[in-house]
Design a protein around this ligand. Structure first.
Ligand SMILES: NC(=O)c1ccc[n+]([C@@H]2O[C@H](COP(=O)([O-])OP(=O)(O)OC[C@H]3O[C@@H](n4cnc5c(N)ncnc54)[C@H](O)[C@@H]3O)[C@@H](O)[C@H]2O)c1
Length: 377
């Protein structure tokens, strides 16, 4: 089997935590080039994951010049996704870019266009699609178990989970806060389950009230409110061509006990389904986070009675099964991606789908700023 050679741009949290460990588990894949504007990070990544002749660089163009690289993983801040992905595809590489696809819909469209022009694959790092609960719920939708789905709720809510490393609070570099950061995952899951990519309008609200106050209770450490430039919570209502409606909630800091990251709830004519534990939505305890068990609850009516059926499924364990995967779904995401790179399967996360997610998020931000409904499509 010919080896797939990979270059990674951005050796920070997600590069080191998901991409590199996940690709190491896929047979016939080898990371050969490591780029980061902070040289020590590229060196550390090469030391941990690369061979003795690995390329270490601070300018991604040096990595793209290597003709033996088949695929590039873009793991840098959001503002750089379009530039680096486009340059990589033009240099003849397939691209896996981290979520969100880009800061703006125009940038995402440019990425999509270059993928079509060059014939190079482009996918986005929506690993939540590959979690066990997501795959099960998707299979229910595909089998028509829910009937015609006309309402979706996309949840990406944290009580106090402001990411304090990197540039997450920098509006210019990231494009926004929890909506573009977490909301993108939940909305992707919801649209994928519904197979509905025809949004027509969006209405949104954003807040930065706790962001501007600060919080010593933040799970990722305190932040400086003076440097807090993005929203801390965002809410959207999206309408689709066939009338289907999606309600999106995203927060890094919100006074709520309901903390559910990258989850969806669907209501159809035959049944409804969500990803909550048997007792309903609630706080994810430290215990549940350490060894998560996934749930899908299906509700409906049968023989004149209402029912609620709970399906519990194990976490995405790795290795000897004792350690939960840091990014659940990460290994399956990598396996699916490299199957597509080998031409053995279609992409699971298609760039057209990620473009629609990006366009909706942008419309919610625009609506929040203007106070008006924003038309899409
Ligand atoms: N899929 C997920 O669940 C998930 C989780 C976290 C982050 N992310 C995404 O991953 C991306 C990176 O986030 P992170 O948490 O790893 O941040 P990070 O700050 O830990 O890592 C980013 C790295 O990119 C480097 N970098 C910045 N600009 C660069 C450039 N032009 N060329 C080369 N290197 C550059 C930085 O020095 C840093 O080491 C973001 O887009 C974020 O949204 C996705």
């Amino acid at each position: 089997m010919k080896k797939i050679k990979v270059g990674i741009v951005g050796c920070g949290f997600i590069g080191m935590g998901k991409h590199l460990p996940s690709m190491m588990k896929v047979e016939g894949v080898e990371p050969v080039a490591f780029c980061d504007i902070v040289p020590e990070r590229a060196q550390a990544a090469a030391k941990q994951f690369g061979g003795h002749d690995a390329l270490v660089c601070t300018d991604y163009r040096d990595l793209l010049n290597r003709t033996d690289i088949d695929a590039v993983h873009v793991c840098t801040p959001n503002s750089t996704h379009a530039e680096i992905s486009i340059a990589a595809m033009k240099a003849g590489k397939h691209v896996m870019c981290e979520k969100p696809m880009a800061k703006t819909a125009a940038e995402a469209k440019a990425m999509l266009d270059v993928s079509r022009e060059t014939g190079k694959l482009l996918t986005i790092g929506y690993q939540n699609r590959f979690r066990e609960d997501s795959l099960f719920m998707k299979s229910l939708c595909q089998q028509g178990e829910l009937g015609d789905i006309y309402l979706g709720k996309a949840f990406a809510t944290r009580r106090r989970g402001v990411p304090t490393w990197g540039v997450f609070m920098d509006k210019e570099k990231q494009g926004g806060g929890p909506l573009i950061d977490l909301g993108t995952h939940a909305l992707d899951l919801t649209l994928w389950m519904m197979e509905n990519y025809e949004p027509v309008s969006a209405l949104g609200s954003t807040f930065d009230k706790i962001g501007k106050l600060g919080s010593p209770a933040n799970s990722m450490g305190p932040w400086d409110p003076a440097k807090y430039e993005v929203e801390d919570s965002a809410f959207g209502l999206v309408k689709f061509k066939n009338g289907t409606t999606v309600i999106l909630e995203a927060s890094w800091a919100l006074n709520t006990v309901i903390s559910n990251e990258a989850m969806t709830l669907l209501c159809g004519t035959k049944a409804g389904a969500d990803m909550f534990p048997p007792e309903g939505p609630g706080v994810r305890t430290a215990e549940a986070q350490a060894a998560p068990t996934y749930h899908v609850r299906v509700n409906g009516e049968n023989a004149g009675k209402l029912y609620l059926q709970n399906y519990a499924m194990g976490a995405a364990f790795i290795g000897d099964g004792s350690q939960p995967e840091r990014f659940a779904g990460g290994t399956k995401e990598a396996q699916a991606w490299f199957r597509a790179v080998r031409g053995e399967a279609e992409l699971v996360v298609k760039p057209e789908q990620a473009y629609t997610v990006t366009a909706i998020l942008e419309a919610i931000y625009k609506s929040a700023a203007s106070g008006d409904i924003v038309r899409l499509g």
